[in-house]
Design a protein around this ligand. Structure first.
Ligand SMILES: [Zn+2]
Length: 398
């Protein structure tokens, strides 16, 4: 175990999970990386119950392995992630804010990793398994064909139907948007793991093979990882605008939804509405891209505005008689979905709005749809956006 040094006392920057929501992809490294509380990372203790083969594999970790925890340029590619902050907080590697613990979603996630000790977290973080599934979907799942949603495909119908409804509902060009899933079973695919390791960490073939084999052994052997199906590996949803990714080519516009976030919302009682609400919110970000509503500014205020706007687009679609046409009972449920993903990180660039502001934005979107219910008219996205902008000061007072 010589190479698995105790990392306590060292400040480690952490960019394993995605950083930020609502930014186009960029290689800007000026955004401060997450600071990990290093005492969460620990060595393999003699009492750890793992096979001799895995113990041997861990002992052969290549020199310089700790650099994988550093903020590396490729990992600082900024892509959308609605939930990564919550995952980091639940893992106790970044500080929580006072209102985090109030939501069922956060409490549920916290419970899911209650049995993760320092070693379990360390292996997940150092190996890359926390981020590989989402990055694989980002770079290599570039077609909506054959996508399924949920570990057992249980959300496929609703997500794909909602996506089709959204495309018909909003007056933007949405034919080129790809709808993708993130699955933990990617962690069993050696070739995909090798490819992702080489991209994200710049490793040689040999080193990448080591990490791929280690990940496969870990997910098969360590019960906390649930054979790769632990929701933390896929606790993610994002909207991404198209970008060039040489030498692999052009990455299309896409909406990506992870199994983990669906599982979480189902577990706390929102299975009936969450898939539609998540898809509608992410589609809202594509409205923003296409109408150039985001000026590229990165600030807590800019992020909050774009997130609340996406909530409002979503609520309008979900409750409109020509959208998902949800009745008041279900509308109240999806208001809770948005309540559950609010945060209190007021000064953080990833701030999505407080839970009450997110409900206010969604309630307002619902009211606009309700007022139009009789005539059945769908507002053009441009018009709806102008109404939202006029309402925003009231929403922020919540
Ligand atoms: Zn968002």
């Amino acid at each position: 175990m010589k190479q698995l040094k105790i990392l306590t006392g060292i400040t480690i920057t952490f960019a394993i999970l995605f950083t930020a929501c609502k930014k186009d992809i960029s290689t800007d490294t000026s955004v401060a990386p997450q600071v990990v509380k290093a005492d969460r990372l620990a060595v393999v203790s003699p009492s750890t119950k793992i096979s001799p083969a895995l113990r041997d594999k861990l002992a052969k970790m290549p020199a310089g392995y700790e650099k994988r925890l550093a903020n590396n340029p490729v990992l600082s590619l900024k892509i959308q992630s609605e939930y990564h902050e919550m995952a980091l907080k639940a893992m106790n590697v970044v500080e929580s804010t006072p209102c985090d613990g109030n939501t069922l979603l956060y409490q549920w996630l916290d419970k899911q990793i209650a049995d993760w000790d320092g070693e379990t977290l360390f292996w997940a973080a150092i190996s890359g398994m926390l981020s590989f599934p989402s990055y694989d979907a980002l770079f290599f799942e570039n077609s909506s064909a054959n996508q399924f949603f949920g570990v057992n495909q249980e959300y496929t119908h609703r997500v794909t139907k909602t996506f089709g409804d959204l495309q018909r509902f909003w007056n933007i060009q949405s034919n080129s948007i790809v709808l993708d899933a993130v699955h933990g079973n990617m962690l069993h695919d050696r070739n995909k793991l090798i490819r992702m390791d080489m991209i994200l960490f710049g490793d040689s073939q040999e080193a990448a093979e080591y990490w791929a084999d280690l990940i496969m052994m870990l997910v098969e052997e360590v019960p906390q990882y649930r054979n790769g199906n632990h929701p933390i590996f896929t606790f993610n949803a994002y909207a991404q605008s198209t970008f060039d990714f040489p030498p692999y080519g052009k990455i299309p516009d896409k909406i990506v939804i992870g199994d983990g976030i669906m599982e979480a919302f189902s577990a706390i009682g929102y299975a009936d509405v969450a898939p539609q609400a998540i898809a509608a919110h992410e589609f809202g970000h594509h409205i923003q891209y296409q109408l150039h509503l985001l000026d590229g500014q990165i600030s807590p205020e800019a992020t909050r505005k774009s997130e609340l706007m996406a909530d409002a687009y979503a609520a309008y679609f979900l409750s409109h008689s020509r959208g998902a046409s949800m009745q008041w009972k279900r509308v109240k449920q999806f208001l809770q979905v948005f309540f559950n993903i609010g945060d209190c990180a007021f000064s953080d660039d990833s701030h999505h709005g407080t839970p009450t502001q997110r409900i206010a934005a969604a309630e307002w979107g619902y009211q606009v749809a309700e007022n139009a219910r009789k005539q059945g008219h769908i507002l053009p996205a441009q018009k709806f956006t102008a109404l939202f902008n006029a309402q925003l000061p009231m929403i922020l007072k919540q």
